[in-house]
Design a binder for this molecule. Structure first.
Ligand code: SAH
Length: 208
C-alpha cells in the first residue's frame, strides 16, 4: 500500500509513510472487508458512513505538517483510523463524532489498541470544541458547505486546518492557515467525503 498507492502519488513525508505502514487498517473495518483493507478505497463502516481511502488519509496528514508537539482537533472520528495516525504523529488529539453507534466503538477500539493521548466526544463537531481550544491543527474528515466559522477563534495563530468544502458532487480539499492577518485559504485537490452534518454543516444527509 505504501509503495504503490502513497509514495508514487506524492506522499513523501517519512513520518507519514512510516506510520501508514505501521497502523493495521484491517482492524478498523468490518472483518468481511478485511481482505480489501489495504486497497485504495473508502469502505463502509455502517450508518451510511465510510473509512476514508488510505491515499486521502496520507495526503491530509502530510498537509497538516505535524512535527510531534501539536494539539490536534479532528472532526469525524468515523472508524478511528485517521485518529490513530494523528495520535502517533502529534502530542494530543481531540476527536468528535456525531453518531454514537460509530464513535463509541471507535473509542473502544483505540483504547484496546493502547492509545492514550486521545480524548473522544460524541456531538456536533461543526462547532469545534471551544473548551479545549486553541488547537495547533484541525482536520475535518467530512464535507462542509463552507470553511467552518469556529476556526477563527479555535485555531492558534500559526496553525492550520484541512477541510473538504463543497456539495456532494464537487468538493475541494482546502488548507486554511491562520496568521495575525486572518485566515488564508489554499486549495490542495478535489475530493469526495460524506457530508458534515450539524449547525455549521449541512442540515440533512443530502447536501447541495
Ligand atoms: N476519518 C474517518 C472518516 C469517517 S467519515 C475514517 O477514516 O474512518 C466522516 C465521519 O464524520 C462520519 O463518521 C460522520 O458521522 C462524521 N460526522 C459528520 N458530521 C459530523 C459532525 N458535525 N460532527 C462530528 N462528526 C461528524
Amino acid at each position: 500500500m505504501v509503495e504503490e498507492q502513497l509514495r508514487t502519488r506524492g506522499i513523501h513525508d517519512p513520518r507519514v509513510l512510516r506510520i501508514m505502514a505501521a497502523v493495521p487498517r484491517h482492524l478498523f473495518v468490518d472483518p468481511t472487508f478485511a481482505n480489501r483493507a489495504y486497497s485504495d478505497h473508502a469502505l463502509p463502516i455502517g450508518q451510511e458512513q465510510t473509512i476514508s481511502q488510505p491515499f486521502m488519509v496520507a495526503l491530509m496528514t502530510q498537509a497538516l505538517g505535524l512535527e510531534g508537539d501539536e494539539k490536534v482537533l479532528e472532526i469525524g472520528t468515523g472508524s478511528g483510523y485517521q485518529t490513530a495516525i494523528l495520535t502517533e504523529l502529534a502530542d494530543r488529539v481531540f476527536t468528535i463524532e456525531r453518531i454514537p453507534e460509530i464513535g463509541i466503538p471507535a473509542q473502544e477500539r483505540l483504547t484496546a489498541m493502547g492509545y492514550t493521548n486521545v480524548v473522544f466526544r460524541i456531538g456536533d463537531g461543526s462547532l469545534g470544541w471551544r473548551e479545549m481550544a486553541p488547537f495547533d491543527r484541525v482536520i475535518v474528515t467530512a464535507g462542509a458547505p463552507r470553511v467552518p466559522s469556529f476556526l477563527e477563534e479555535q485555531l492558534r495563530i500559526g496553525g492550520c486546518c484541512i477541510v473538504p468544502v463543497g456539495d456532494a458532487s464537487n468538493q475541494s480539499l482546502v488548507r486554511v492557515t491562520r496568521s495575525e492577518e486572518g485566515l488564508k485559504e489554499q486549495v490542495l485537490c478535489s475530493c469526495t467525503f460524506v457530508p458534515l452534518i450539524g449547525r455549521e454543516g449541512w442540515s440533512s444527509g443530502e447536501p447541495g
